[in-house]
Design a protein around this ligand. Sequence first.
Ligand SMILES: Nc1ncnc2c1ncn2[C@@H]1O[C@H](COP(=O)(O)OP(=O)(O)O)[C@@H](O)[C@H]1O
Ligand SMILES: [Mg+2]
Length: 243
Amino acid sequence: MIKVDHVSIAYGDEAALQDVSLRVARGSTCAIIGASGCGKTTLLYALAGLIRPAFGQITIDGQPLLNVRTRTSLILQDFGLLPWKTVRDNLVFPLRARGLAALDSHNLVNQTLKSLAILDQADKFPGALSGGQRQRVAIGRALVLQPDLLLMDEASSALDAITREHIQQLVLKIWQQNKLTLLLVTHSIEEALFLGQTILVMGRGRIAATITNPWFGQETAADPVSRAALVQTIRRQLHEADV
Ligand SMILES: Nc1ncnc2c1ncn2[C@@H]1O[C@H](COP(=O)(O)OP(=O)(O)O)[C@@H](O)[C@H]1O
Ligand SMILES: [Mg+2]
């Protein structure tokens, strides 16, 4: 269980999060949606242990979060790949940094690249890949660390529509297979509906609404009318939260 209690974070005088509280059950998924600048990335960084809240507390599985946690992986908005390292070395690097033996790293990296269907790209540099392939490498780099908590920041927003759908399906599969807790930030209502069991609507440093999403993981809705109604509700909540 992730517990965020009354967390406030400011950059200088500017408040980025104001009294934010939330719960995410272990093994569940949560999509955080909100307008640009509403504090989504700040919340994710706080959950990753990269920013310490000025007020409030975060606990993960009962442990107060005071530092970076080894079993948390974060995928950044711009992928965060090292351009001067090959695909393979981008995955080897975090493992070696954590002291894993060379042979073990090699096997784990191959296995991960294979499961993401990019083993044939292993010796290329990130600059030579498509956006979707780069996204897979970023996911691979997060997954080799065998996280129990995966945090993703607008992971598919830079991709074209078809590639984005493939990545969304891949993320769903990864969540199912690895039994991890998934928290993703998005500005797409469609992505939130597909990947969030719970959807949090954010605006101006606050959580404006918490939605239990009946359309999670469904590519085609059995009842398109009530799905469209939920899209409208979220759209309205997004606008109301942003003023
Ligand atoms: N490093 C920073 N220094 C100063 N202000 C920042 C910094 N990072 C973010 N902010 C401000 O904090 C607010 C929230 O930013 P952010 O968490 O990045 O929002 P989002 O990810 O939802 O777009 C914005 O007003 C932004 O301008
Ligand atoms: Mg952001």
